[in-house]
Design a binder for this molecule. Structure first.
Ligand code: NAG
Ligand code: NAG
Ligand code: NAG
Ligand code: NAG
Ligand code: NAG
Length: 558
């Protein structure tokens, strides 16, 4: 087993990690499974450009059982993620043009009533103004009223023939206008998809090794990455130190330092990015062509009151499904269609959080929740854990009310710029395994933004682990509140990060938890997609405030 000879002494700084034995067993196990499964292949990408990408298309060959799920579930997930494949194009002008694509309102009426829909048709055209003949463009649509600070999200249905339709609900009284943007052309989505399915490492990470007393400390920095896929995917041969987390199943690799041994890995940070695009792909990806508003029917729609419109009365509880739209903004307040949400004053927040231990896991977007609580909840004070405020872990307490709030980032891969102790990066599934749970425990996690750089199969594998841990937690302590906060939109448009990828991850998370009783899903995708603030990976305070009201409406429904 070549990967084995690469590892050093089995003294490992990674929490819950054992080097030699585990790597060996795990690798043999996976190889055996691959053999058994005959290596189910992922659908190969059809290149849209005229020239194939040079040697950069190494697709991962991962089977459902490698991911820890059944073949049936993998089929289901692939169907849920299915996205139309564009035709081959040979010229840039054949890609979808935001300038020539347009939308229109079908059967526009003088006036509407609250609760009615309007139907919008989007027509995609290329740069020669020709109608597109196939689907796959990524549009985002919403209805809005700036003066009322009102907006609602609409789902775009792809007819796979160059036309798309959106039914937009008219949830508020007054005026409304349609807004549609082309996030990515189908051609660009296909490029993103190609690199998401492949194991090409678009991101790298740094591993900081150190040994000896501070005055004479030896330091070395090397590149690290995830080991995933057909015999490793990143570096091969006798290159690397390997760190396997037995419970999470993840193998982390760092290039073997010249002087220090593998057990001297101490810190971690995000590293350089690597652009896999060829020239043609690069041109398709031009910033001028992505995330652009398209022209169309800007008619002001008049919406009249409707006494018959039904209000949600359902109490917020686990197991509710998320419709489209999941709610809407009016005067910057999110009114949910999932259940009866309310707004919490700082005193009500303090009351709701009384006798609670809140565990926030994930990334900087759950840290925003932590910071929001810290700012709003009277008497809540951050303990000094001597960690970096951006990297955590963080903890805040309110002694009078016996409230504790924890925040912690998930394990590697994690692209924080800050150099963090690798011992502080814990896998969400492992963390959940260590919570006894109960009526006082509120467990919230987000797992999205940092995973867009890596194969979707790895994401499925990790979500399966998290699901296992959640099921076990709810079995030992059914009164535990478990909340999934979806990934939010970020308006990002590069080969490294794009909302299309984040949407795919959200679909996987939602699908994989669909049948798990007792779990709450908070869809912040819709909440961020339709808000008037420019899309940003860290949503503005007004959005966070609405997200927190959603959360607390579940924690304290009465
Ligand atoms: C793809 O695989 C080949 C053969 O294993 C290897 O030589 C090459 O470096 C890989 N390319 C990338 C980008 O991973
Ligand atoms: C890339 O894909 C093509 C077509 O599927 C294949 O012929 C080629 O061997 C692949 N290259 C690598 C390095 O995997
Ligand atoms: C509005 O559109 C949605 C989505 O297509 C549909 O489910 C709903 O029934 C429609 N409502 C009305 C009142 O037409
Ligand atoms: C595309 O498909 C939709 C739905 O089947 C149909 O209503 C529409 O007429 C088609 N448009 C074109 C241009 O073929
Ligand atoms: C909880 O905290 C709030 C705000 O500090 C305070 O007004 C209230 O008295 C506290 N409740 C208890 C039981 O200490």
């Amino acid at each position: 087993m070549p990967s084995m000879q690469t590892s050093d002494a089995p003294v490992c700084r990674l929490r819950q990690c054992v080097l030699l034995q585990a790597c060996f067993l795990w690798t043999s196990f996976c190889l055996a499974l691959w053999a058994l499964n005959g290596g189910t292949h992922i659908k190969q990408f059809q290149l849209p450009g005229p020239k194939p990408a040079p040697q950069k298309n190494n697709s991962s060959i991962i089977s459902a059982s490698d991911m820890g799920i059944s073949d049936e579930e993998w089929d289901r997930l692939q169907k849920a993620m299915d996205w139309p494949i564009p035709d081959q194009i040979t010229d840039l002008s054949q890609s979808t043009s935001p300038v020539h694509s347009s939308f229109s309102i079908v059967g526009l009426k003088e006036s509407y009533k609250v609760g009615e829909n309007i139907s919008v048709t989007i027509t995609a055209r290329d740069f020669n103004k020709n109608l597109k003949r196939y689907g796959g463009d990524f549009f985002k649509a919403k209805l809005f009223n700036s003066a009322l600070k009102a907006s609602v999200y609409g789902e775009v249905v792809d007819h796979r023939n160059g036309t798309y339709s959106v039914d937009l609900l008219l949830p508020w009284e007054g005026q409304a206008q349609v807004f549609v943007r082309l996030e990515h052309s189908s051609e660009v989505v296909q490029i993103i998809k190609k690199y998401t399915d492949s194991t090409f490492p678009r991101t790298h990470f740094n591993g900081y090794f150190g040994s000896g007393p501070s005055k004479k400390r030896i330091r070395e920095v090397v590149e690290c990455n995830l080991k995933w896929g057909e015999d490793g995917s990143w570096k091969k041969g006798n290159c690397c130190c390997e760190y396997k987390d037995i419970r999470a199943g993840t193998v982390w690799q760092c290039i073997r330092p010249k002087i220090l041994s593998c057990d001297k890995l101490v810190h971690h940070s995000g590293g350089r990015l690597e652009n896999p695009l060829n020239r043609f792909e690069q041109q398709l990806f031009s910033k001028k062509l992505t995330n652009i508003a398209i022209g169309g029917d800007k008619t002001i729609i008049n919406v009249l009151p409707n006494a018959a419109a039904i209000d949600t009365v359902e109490k917020c509880r686990p197991g509710l499904t998320t419709p489209v739209p999941a709610g809407f903004y009016l005067k910057d307040v999110w009114k949910s269609f999932v259940c009866n949400t309310r707004q919490f004053s700082p005193a009500q927040m303090a009351n709701c959080l009384k006798n609670k231990i809140v565990y926030l896991f994930g990334d900087s977007t759950t840290r925003q929740w932590f910071e929001f609580f810290e700012e709003k909840v009277p008497g809540l004070k951050r303990m000094d854990l001597h960690t970096h405020p951006g990297g955590g872990p963080l903890m805040a307490v309110q002694l009078n009310n016996n409230t504790v709030i924890h925040w912690r980032v998930h394990g590697v891969p994690l692209r924080f710029a800050r150099i963090l102790p690798i011992t502080d990066l814990h896998y969400i599934s492992n963390e959940i395994d260590e919570i006894a749970g109960g009526p006082h425990a509120v467990v919230v996690f987000t797992y999205c933004a940092h995973l867009v750089f890596h194969p979707i199969t790895y994401y499925v594998f990790q979500v399966a682990k998290i699901r296992q841990s959640v099921v076990a937690l709810l079995s030992r302590a059914p009164d535990t509140t478990v909340v999934i906060k979806s990934g939010n939109t970020a308006g990002r448009k590069s080969i490294y990060q794009s909302d299309w990828q984040a949407l795919q991850l959200n679909i996987v998370m939602q699908e994989m938890f669909k049948d798990i009783d007792g779990v709450i899903y908070i869809d912040v995708w819709q909440m961020t997609s339709c808000h008037y603030l420019p899309e940003y990976i860290h949503p503005g305070p007004v959005i966070i405030a609405n997200e927190i009201d959603m959360l607390l409406s579940y924690v304290c429904p009465n």
